[in-house]
Design a binder for this molecule. Sequence first.
Ligand SMILES: Cc1cc2nc3c(=O)[nH]c(=O)nc-3n(C[C@H](O)[C@H](O)[C@H](O)COP(=O)(O)O)c2cc1C
Length: 375
Amino acid sequence: MSGNSFGQAFRVTTAGESHGPGNVVVIDGCPAGIPLTVEDLLVDLGRRKPGQSHIVTQRNEADEPEILAGVFEGETTGTSIAILVRNQDQKSRDYDAIKDKYRPGHADFTFDQKYGRRDYRGGGRSSARETVARVAAGVVAKKVLERGFGGRVVGYVKQVGDIVAQVDDPSAVTLAQVEKLPDGGPNIVRCPDHACVPRMIELIETLRKDQDSIGGVSELVATGVPAGLGEPVFDKLKADLAKALFSLPAVLGVEYGVGFGCATLRGSENNDAFFAEGAGAARRVQTRTNRHGGMLGGISSGMPIVLRAAIKPTSSLPREQETVTTSSEPTTIRTRGRHDPCLLPRFVPMGEAMVALVLADHWLRWCAQKYAFPR
Ligand SMILES: Cc1cc2nc3c(=O)[nH]c(=O)nc-3n(C[C@H](O)[C@H](O)[C@H](O)COP(=O)(O)O)c2cc1C
């Protein structure tokens, strides 16, 4: 009822807040025999980590996960997996001065309306800190996809403010391209169009100096996904992916394929023509274009799944903003503490994790149906 669990066959449950002792995830339904170590988890946790570059928050969390259950001799056992990531660098005193004020753009007001109380230190359960647990679960889900059908999920920054990356073939973008620049240096914005990177960094730095923040768009691509994942009505793959992405903080829009662009297209322009390639059992139906974003009727078509999430500019600003107190008196607020001037670079592994969780869940559900009465 309270929405702390997600998925059916591959089910994750998280608990934890930004300024509590830590965040934990329990993963239920992961098949046995998948190699899993702390080092595996560290890769995506490192991509999500605060303090990873000068354009993200300077909060300094080690984010070292502890695998508490479900792994024996380096492999999953098939029983529930529990992973704990302790919080380390909370500066709760940063929040003392604003505990009786509602931060614009945050969940302070709505939490008070819902629960009549809240942990005012850094957003509590609504903080992006909570996503550390999901990113850990996403690593396990990515392994299920890779092992199950050679599937892969890669996300990247498509847009910061009005700077839009040119990505001709989203399915060809590699993790290396997202993480590294051609000279081997870190790609701190995670934009695969390297020509855009310096301009994006400059914009983020300018906004930070101006005591402001900026939004953008992240594109998320799943490749190798077989046709047939997803249920035809309420649990459409597109519906579950939308819920997964909208469940992340700061996501204000989700689209797939041609997305909102479909509004101005004619049917003849929008349809993707089918064709078949190969012979015998290897004959495969594909589409010439992928405006449908890899899903038809909410079921995967076998073409790459291409989604985009619009991320709002960070709400916490050091500049003065108008607000009210918890007793409805007008006041102003400056949010001190350490905040990302642009959420996009750290959003990427979070978006990937949520896409991987949905695909792992639907793949296991598909296996359950397919192998019960094989044809
Ligand atoms: C990667 C990431 C980091 C975030 N860090 C901050 C932050 O430093 N300061 C802030 O004001 N909001 C931050 N947020 C956004 C807030 O958590 C979010 O806007 C807030 O909880 C309200 O939820 P909503 O935007 O989904 O309505 C972050 C979001 C993401 C995805």
